[in-house]
Design a protein. Structure first.
Length: 487
């Protein structure tokens, strides 16, 4: 039987419960709160039908989801069995960047359908970046009238499009996505990336940058120094207004405030930033970034939210430990390792192998499947216990359409889902590959195209040609240089 993620405990008891094809089996459901984790559940199938027990409504939901997968394996009968199941990680995330290339609400829902089948419970929606701001905001309307459209696109070989490129989600569309996720017990975590990756914001309101110069949203990939002025009170005012409006739409527990790749070149020269550093008694611009994180996190806390930030945001060393959860993607300074080892909540999104926009020849399906987030070099047992979950982001500089998006993410996200639910104790790659073949067929019915087996189950010469084609695309744009950027 193909189940993914596989349940923690599965006993087949011999025999089958039969029911008429096209009709529903007998199903009883109840909530049994003494089960260990609120997402845990039990399923028994016997001669009388299917008996579901969940620790809570979400446990019952996951039992139904497992039953749905069991039913994909059989017609008109179900095997007698007993299942007990609970997740390893409470945070099981996938991230989509809809800034570099824009995906419609209908396309986003299709990706959610695919992820939901494998028990993901967090959808991190990357909605603001240098190349486009994607949320309708009434208090700062230029964020979409100006910031959602870039004048052209040049993301590497094969694209040098002189046409304007734009798109944003209305509040109604975003609320619909949030409701769609709620039905699937998935929390949508919006990201407003500050203070860097904000060229689209600066294009909309140039007075919020240190230089105050008019710029366009960016048309290429990269890390840009046109960031928001950290010392200007109008910056914080805008951030609070935008997060307030976003919190009305996104009603979950978490809010992501970015914080990655924010070069401090302009801050170090800006009299307003320098004065603020002095006024607050801070040592440097990294501490100014930390101060900004604390201010925004406090604002969000008052609204009942928890803040997530990318790992660069804690480099200054002054982010308050109880105010944020850190998303660990690339830790150049050991600040994140120390953060986790200090017992502070951390989500592992390791660039290698969890970045889904890299070719399978580089971040192989096997490496994703076997990656152990609790065994990162240097993690202590307290550090390992501080990993609340994992997430696989897909960045879309080089992903221009839905088919490519779905192929980069599937079957890779099935492997991520397996670790998110089951941890690393019972890995069996050969068995997992059989599940992958089965679910890639099923996903077609969801409108999702998995990468071909030839792409992810890769032969050495294909690996080379995949990497050559990927790096041929990006090398010309100085991408590797950017990757190694010492910001
Ligand atoms: C990131 O990849 N800049 C989070
Ligand atoms: Zn400044």
């Amino acid at each position: 039987m193909y189940l993914c993620p596989e349940p923690k405990k599965l006993e087949l008891n011999g025999g089958y419960y039969y029911f008429t094809v096209g009709e529903e089996p007998e199903i009883s459901e109840k909530i049994t709160p003494m089960l260990s984790h609120k997402e845990s559940y039990r399923i028994t199938i016997d001669a009388k039908g299917v008996h579901i027990e969940g620790a809570s409504d979400v446990g019952v939901y996951y039992a139904r989801l497992t039953l749905k997968q069991i039913r994909m394996n059989y017609r008109g009968c179900l095997p007698y069995l007993y299942i007990y199941d609970e997740p390893e990680y409470s945070y099981r995330g996938f991230m989509i960047d809809s800034c570099r290339h824009f995906f419609t609400a209908a396309e986003i829902k299709r990706m959610i359908d695919g992820a939901a089948l494998f028990k993901f419970n967090k959808f991190h929606f990357h909605l603001s970046d240098d190349q486009g701001f994607r949320v309708e905001i009434e208090s700062y309307p230029q964020l979409t009238t100006v910031g959602s459209v870039r004048p052209s696109s040049d993301f590497g070989r094969g694209e040098n499009d002189k046409n304007p490129y734009g798109g944003y989600y209305t509040k109604a569309e975003l609320k619909e996505i949030v409701d769609y996720c709620k039905e699937r017990y998935i929390e949508v975590i919006p990201e407003f990336d500050i203070p860097g990756h904000t060229s689209a914001v600066v294009a909309s309101y140039p007075e919020l940058s240190c230089k105050g110069e008019k710029i366009d949203p960016k048309t290429t990939a990269g890390i840009f120094s046109d960031i928001l002025c950290g010392g200007n009170p109008e910056t914080l005012k805008m951030i609070k207004a935008v997060t307030d409006e976003m919190c009305e739409i996104f009603t979950g527990k978490y809010f992501h405030i970015g914080g990655d790749e924010a070069p401090k070149k302009n801050w170090n020269m800006c009299p307003v930033c320098k004065e603020k550093i002095q006024e607050l008694g801070l040592k440097n611009s990294e501490e100014l970034h930390g101060w900004l994180v604390n201010e925004v996190a406090m604002h969000l806390k008052k609204k009942g939210k928890k803040t997530i930030c990318w790992n660069e945001a804690i480099r200054g060393g002054n982010v308050e430990h109880d105010s944020v959860t850190v998303a660990w993607w690339m830790d150049k300074t050991n600040a994140t390792l120390n953060w986790a080892n200090g017992g502070n909540p951390t989500i592992v999104e390791s660039f290698t192998p969890y970045y889904a926009d890299y070719p399978y020849g580089m971040h192989s399906l096997k490496s994703v499947y076997l990656y152990n987030p609790r065994k990162i070099k240097g993690l202590t047992s307290l550090g390992a216990a501080s990993i609340i979950g994992i997430e696989s982001p897909v960045w879309t500089e080089y992903i221009r359409d839905f088919k490519k998006l779905s192929q980069m993410c599937f079957p890779r996200w099935i492997a991520v889902a397996d670790t998110a639910w089951n941890g690393n104790d019972n890995k069996n790659y050969a068995k997992f590959l059989k599940n992958v073949a089965f679910y890639c067929d099923i996903l077609k019915e969801y409108g999702i195209v998995c990468a071909d087996e030839g792409e992810w189950n890769i032969l050495p010469h294909n690996r080379l040609s995949q990497m050559a084609s990927f790096f041929g695309n990006v090398l010309s744009k100085g991408f590797v240089e950017q990757l190694l950027h010492k910001d």
